[in-house]
Design a protein around this ligand. Structure first.
Ligand SMILES: [Zn+2]
Length: 256
């Protein structure tokens, strides 16, 4: 594997690694550089680091891991001598530097700010802002070319609020690097935020109308695939049940 680094700006690059087509970012300053995510395995991480050093022309000193999923975190094990940064809830490895809310790193003249706005895709999401380049690495908070992915650690109720924070810190011309897929603009991010919000609010409305989980996927038009809904709807029902919002027991229909 020889990573091909595609420019997002003069000093921000992205490459995509398999098997999950995960995006790995490279942010370059005048004296140092930083990787955003690390690939799947130690071997992949080492290859990414070597090619990033070459592409950057300055040493890669840091790697930020956007969240606790193996396709983003697994390569750190192959990046010896590099300072790893991650949210304190990340469990995949012991980062050199864990943080709870925000941390910044200066790569010489390039400042990188990393923020956690609360639970969303996982409990360890980090959004990476590169203000000087007007680029935001969104991790899997945004997905292009496929649906946003839900697992047991996801907060569907809070995810739109987190994206509001991301969007609020962006500008019209900001470019967003999603966890998977091509670079997107602010309109794309707004639309995906609305779709994720719709998943939760529509589920709440359907529950109040008595729709049961097994009927939810076909009860309305969703902006997601059946495969995504098979995971996301049970999660939405579970989050709402935890707030006491559950389908009312239906009375048996008599006289049929
Ligand atoms: Zn993920």
């Amino acid at each position: 594997m020889t990573p091909v680094w595609t420019p997002v700006t003069d000093r921000v690059f992205v490459t995509t690694v398999e098997p999950h087509a995960v995006n790995v970012g490279l942010i370059v300053g005048d004296s140092a550089a930083m990787l955003v995510d690390s690939g799947n395995t130690a071997e992949q991480g080492a290859e990414l680091l070597a090619s990033a050093n070459e592409r950057a022309g300055v040493p890669v000193t840091h790697v930020i891991v956007t969240h606790d999923h193996g396709d983003h975190s697994g390569g750190v094990a192959g990046m010896e001598g590099v300072t790893s940064i991650a949210h304190e809830n990340l469990k995949a490895f012991e980062p050199t530097r864990g943080f709870s809310m925000a941390v910044a790193v200066d790569l010489g003249d390039q400042r990188v700010e990393m923020v956690n706005f609360g639970d969303a895709h996982t409990r360890s999401d980090v959004i990476v802002f590169v203000p000087g380049e007007r680029v935001i690495f969104a991790g899997d908070l945004l997905e292009q070319g496929g649906d946003p992915q839900v697992d047991e650690t996801t907060s569907l109720s809070n995810w739109p609020t987190v994206l509001d924070g991301v969007l609020g810190a962006s500008q019209d011309e900001t470019r967003f690097v999603p966890g998977h897929g091509t670079v997107v603009d602010r309109d794309f991010a707004f639309i995906q935020r609305a779709e994720i919000a719709m998943l939760y609010s529509q589920t709440e409305m359907m529950i109040q109308q008595g729709t049961r989980l097994e009927d939810a996927a076909t009860a309305t038009e969703w902006p997601f695939t059946a495969e995504t809904l098979a995971v996301a709807l049970p999660k939405a029902y579970a989050e709402l049940a935890a707030k006491g919002i559950e389908p009312k027991r239906q009375l048996p229909i008599l006289g049929l």
